[in-house]
Design a protein around this ligand. Structure first.
Ligand code: UFG
Length: 324
C-alpha cells in the first residue's frame, strides 16, 4: 500500500482527492497548516499539522509515514488578490514549494503531482487550450504556478524528480455524498456565490463585466467537477509509478459556459430567481478559458463524468447541507 502525502489535503480539491485515494487503496496522509483547510473535511484520515516552509517538520513527516509520493494543493488561488498582494503569492506558491522540492530530493522521494492552472496560459491564442498553447500568464497567480512548472522541469533534469503538472480549469461541484465540498473564506468563486444567493445567504450576485468579446458579453469558463480532477490525480500518479516520466495535462470538460449562462442554469436548478447586478470587470480575468483535454484522455484514459448540470446540483446539495 503506497503512502501519499497530500499537502493542502484539508482544502477543497485536496479533501476530495484524499477521499478518492483511500477508496482506491492508497494510504493518504494529510499535511496542512489549516490556514484555509478544514480539519472536518479529512476527519477519517491520518493528519499532520504543519507548514511547507518548515523543512524539519516535513522531514519528520516523510520519515514517520515512509512517503512514496507527494501531491501539492496548498496554494493561494485568488486571481484578484494576487494582483493586489503578489508578495504573499510568491512566498506561498513558489518559495514554499521550492522548500518542499528540496526536502523531497533530500529524502529520495521521487514522485510529485502538482496543482497547476489554466491561468498559466493567459489570454488564449486559439479556441481551446491544449498543452502546446503558449504560457503567458496575465496575473501574479498564474506567474507563480508557471514558475513552479519550470522548477519541476529543471528538478527532473538535475535530480530525476518526476512530476506531473495538472492545469485545472474551473474546479467546481462537490462530492455526491454531500459530506465535503467547497468552503473558502472569503468565497470568490462564481458557483458557490451564485448558490449562496439562491439560498438567501447573499442579497445578490455581481456579474463582473458584460462587455467582454463573447456572445453575451460575460466571461466564458470551463467548469470541471472536483471528483473528475481527483480521479485525474490518481491516474497521473499511477502513470508516474508505471512509466517513471514527468508529464503535464490540461484538465477541463472542453465546454465553455458564460457567467450569464451559468446563472440561468443555477436559477433553473434551484428554482430561485435571485438578483443579479452587473459590476465592473475584475482585474486579471481573461475573456475565455476553455480546455482541450485530448492529451489527458489519450495518455491517462481520463474523461470528465460530470456535466455543468451535475456540477451545480452537487454544489447546491452541499450549499444546503454544508457542515463547514
Ligand atoms: N465572477 C463573477 N462574479 C463573481 C465571481 C466570479 O462574475 O462574484 C466571474 C469571474 O469574473 C469569472 C468567472 O465568474 O469570469 C469565474 O470566476 P471564478 O472566480 O469562479 O474563477 P476564475 O476563472 O477566476 O478562477 C478559477 C480559479 C483559478 C484558476 C482559474 C482557471 O480560482 O485558480 O479558475 O480558469 F486559475
Amino acid at each position: 500500500m503506497k503512502n501519499i502525502l497530500v499537502i493542502g489535503g484539508a482544502g477543497y480539491i485536496g479533501s476530495h482527492t484524499v477521499k478518492m485515494l483511500a477508496q482506491k487503496g492508497y494510504n493518504p496522509v494529510v499535511f496542512d497548516n489549516l490556514s484555509k483547510g478544514h480539519r472536518e473535511a479529512v476527519a477519517n484520515y491520518p493528519f499532520e499539522l504543519g507548514d511547507l516552509g518548515d523543512k524539519a517538520r516535513l522531514a519528520e513527516v516523510f520519515k514517520k509515514h515512509q512517503i512514496d509520493a507527494v501531491m501539492h494543493f496548498a496554494a493561494f488561488i485568488e486571481v484578484g488578490e494576487s494582483v493586489k498582494e503578489p508578495s504573499k503569492y510568491y512566498h506561498n506558491n513558489v518559495a514554499k514549494v521550492l522548500n518542499l522540492l528540496d526536502a523531497m530530493v533530500e529524502h529520495g522521494i521521487k514522485y510529485f503531482v502538482f496543482s497547476s492552472t489554466a491561468a498559466t496560459f493567459g489570454e488564449p491564442v486559439k479556441e481551446k487550450i491544449d498543452e502546446t498553447h503558449p504560457q503567458n500568464p496575465i496575473n501574479p497567480y498564474g506567474n507563480t504556478k508557471l514558475m513552479v512548472e519550470k522548477m519541476l522541469a529543471d528538478f527532473d533534469t538535475a535530480y530525476g524528480l518526476k512530476a506531473t503538472a495538472l492545469r485545472y480549469f474551473n474546479a467546481s461541484g462537490a462530492d455526491d455524498s454531500g459530506d465535503i465540498g467547497e468552503s473558502h473564506t472569503p468565497e470568490t468563486h462564481l458557483i458557490p456565490i451564485v448558490l449562496q444567493a439562491a439560498a438567501g445567504k447573499r442579497p445578490c450576485i455581481k456579474m463582473f463585466g458584460n462587455d467582454y468579446p463573447t456572445p453575451d458579453g460575460t466571461c466564458i469558463r470551463d467548469y470541471v467537477h472536483v471528483n473528475d480532477l481527483a480521479r485525474a490525480h490518481i491516474l497521473a500518479l499511477e502513470k508516474m509509478f508505471k512509466d517513471n516520466v514527468s508529464e503535464r495535462f490540461n484538465l477541463g470538460s472542453g465546454n465553455g459556459f458564460s457567467v450569464a449562462e451559468l446563472v440561468k442554469e443555477a436559477k433553473r436548478i434551484t428554482g430561485v430567481d435571485f438578483k443579479v447586478e452587473v459590476a465592473p470587470r475584475r482585474a486579471g480575468d481573461p475573456a475565455v478559458l476553455v480546455a482541450d483535454s485530448a492529451k489527458a484522455q489519450k495518455v491517462l484514459g481520463w474523461k470528465p463524468e460530470y456535466n455543468l448540470t451535475r456540477i451545480i446540483e452537487t454544489a447546491w446539495n452541499w450549499e444546503q447541507h454544508r457542515k463547514f
